[in-house]
Design a protein. Structure first.
Length: 199
């Protein structure tokens, strides 16, 4: 009989007694029955939102925007959210950078003094960030208003004909022939010269 050794304990495989064989046969039959049942009656797929909440469609219809302007554009919304997240991260990095720099620069000071210096510097940087951002947004708004006030005038400045150089002004038009109209004279073919022998 094969032995399995686990550390100091050795295990013998189970002798295949009639009870063991009967148990294995019963387990195989049960597994086949379960397998057949799964095949005949498959498990339903994952429950979807509209299956669980059938009234959700009516709720969405009732609460839809009343005007087309209220729908908005997802791309603009995502861009706006991305810009705001980057702005918040920029603010936090600036504030943390100044706080860390002031904490290290004042390492010989007492801890309460360092703490108040760091806190004061961080608050000043936060205020400066907000002021600079508001100034930036104000200027962008002014530029947008100015840009909307300017009317764009479109006019043709110069025209040209494809295939014609700027220097040569030729009023003659060139007719391009179809391939079907070409004659056999234009086809290249080899002409063999015959030599006449003199006798």
């Amino acid at each position: 009989m094969p032995r399995l050794a686990l550390g100091r304990v050795s295990l013998l495989t189970v002798a295949q007694t009639p009870e063991y064989k009967a148990l294995m046969a019963r387990l195989r039959r049960e597994e086949e029955a379960r397998s057949y049942e799964r095949m005949v009656n498959p498990i339903p797929g994952p429950e979807l939102f509209h299956d669980r909440f059938p009234a959700a469609r009516g709720f969405a219809q009732v609460n839809r925007p009343s005007r087309v302007e209220d729908i908005g554009d997802d791309d603009i919304s995502y861009n706006e959210i991305h810009r705001q997240v980057v702005l918040i991260i920029n603010f936090l990095v600036s504030i943390a950078g100044v706080a860390g720099t002031l904490w290290i620069a004042a390492r010989w000071w007492s801890t309460p003094s360092r703490l108040f210096l760091t806190l004061g510097g961080s608050i000043l940087v936060a205020i400066a960030e907000v002021i600079v951002y508001n100034g930036y947004m104000w200027r962008m708004g002014e530029a947008k208003k100015k840009q909307e006030g300017v009317k764009e005038v479109k006019q043709v400045i110069e025209t040209w004909v494809v295939g014609q150089d700027e220097d040569e002004v030729d009023e003659k038009s060139i007719l391009i022939e179809d391939k079907a109209e070409t004659t056999h004279e234009t086809v290249r073919k080899r002409i063999l010269e015959t030599k006449v022998e003199e006798t």
